[in-house]
Design a protein around this ligand. Sequence first.
Ligand code: AGP
Length: 598
Amino acid sequence: MAGLRRLEYRGYDSAGVAVLADGGLAAARKAGKLVNLEKELAARPLPSGTTGIGHTRWATHGGPTDANAHPHLDNAGQVAVVHNGIIENFAGLRAELAERGHELRSETDTEVVAHLLAEEFSATADLAEAMRLVCRRLEGAFTLVAAHAGEPDVVVGARRNSPLVVGVGEGEAFLASDVAAFIAHTRSAIELGQDQVVELRRDGVTVTGFDGRPAEVRSYHVDWDASAAEKGGYDYFMLKEIAEQPKAVADTLLGRIDASGALTLDEVRIPASELREVDKVVIVACGTAFHAGLIAKYAIEHWTRIPCEVELASEFRYRDPILDSRSLVIAISQSGETMDTLMALRHAREQGSKVLAICNTNGSTIPRESDAVLYTHAGPEVAVASTKAFLTQLVACYLVALYLGQVRGTKWGDEIRAVVRDLAQISGAVERVLETMGPVRELARSLADKDTVLFLGRHVGYPVALEGALKLKELAYMHAEGFAAGELKHGPIALIEEDLPVVVVVPSPRGRSVLHDKIVSNIQEIRARGARTIVIAEEGDETVVPYADHLVRIPVTPVLLSPLVATVPLQVFACELATARGNEVDQPRNLAKSVTVE
Ligand code: AGP
């Protein structure tokens, strides 16, 4: 339980434990926060044992209910399994198991593993071998940990694309998603590699590949203290979450593209026939989520030719919007609890519009009150300033735009597959950006005493400028403002003065080159008036070099997808500048992670 408490920040939709004792397996699990499980165990204690597994859940498939809580057991209650990640081929496995007489009792993808392990164990009587056989049938990202009544002093784990680390103590061993869970017991850890199975016994740890061959592993000493461990060794959750963006983007794509490369957004439970009737899309959101909506507008209109409005949720219903059954309202919210956005979607539904939620929190109010939902799989975002949630909101918006194009026939299959291939490259592109942020951090620290920073952008770069300004406002408590670069000469250029830092998000010259030329002129205009220009431009764009006091390179990316890489330096810039000012980065003053008041 102490271990689970240390991991609770990673997900708190439900929790559960299973213990091997008295020759059998006993389990308890409860929806909601860990305290609910603790109350359950106080009321109905499990038999005491020294071998067991536990889980705190961040729901992906199936809402946060007791039935969906991990661990999941087979029908005979002999094997228990907990899981992080997404098993993409679970639907087919569920169907096979049901045909073989298994009774599946949850909505989760995880449960199929319990039944498959039970089948394999009955043939092998060896849980590690059973796990290897099962893992070879799974597709997607998963960390699995299991225990079986037939092997009372064994725990077995497996990982693919999802974290799992081993703690090696004196006569004891641990498995966890994060060292925070066992750092109070041991600092000796083993890092597991891709597609590996680990077997923990009283006398030691064995690691093999899914093929059974012994695997090379790296042992290391954990030198973090327990509280740092919860942040994965980072000083702030925000830094950890910025670093998690490549994985968050990749995870949000998982399970949404079928073998033929077509989109299968099965949570979008609005019939294709109704989507074909949609004649207007209205996006409602707040803050960073609103900026995601502004970017989504460019993709939706370009790929589907449906008019798309983007509205601040707090303004939406007071302007008496024109809505009907052919309006599709998209509510974007990380927390799923933002009252402004909730009230906006309620208003839309009262007008007879269908509402699709894009949300990062399974089972929260906004998806529950929507007609359909597309979950982002960013994992829990703890820092108030939204980073990985924003990037995954963009990915989800692109998927919705492509899906609308797919069902309405405005995008051919090969065009959709081409964009999906581009999206699949983004994770690596973001990784590359993160590896080159040293100069951005240094620049941010050098500007810590400035009063104002302006942000300029054009096309999809304009909402990126707004987002960069918001990050700086909410983290560094500094006046920051984003403008459409073309708007500068209509007033804001009066703000330019000697050495005023201005961040310019430059569109790719490969897109509409006229846009690129115009923003280069804008850079010259502000530089001529003394601005210090901080230019975000793609690799190979040499035109901007003479006018950039500071040049930040981003990977070449398709024009509409470029916000996914252009935003990252602005997140790092704001976080570093706030740190240089000694601000509390994870909980900025006056703010809350979820604004549940209007
Ligand atoms: C962004 O960094 C802020 N935390 C804030 O603007 C946030 O995006 C906004 O409150 C919306 O929250 P939601 O996505 O949970 O609805």
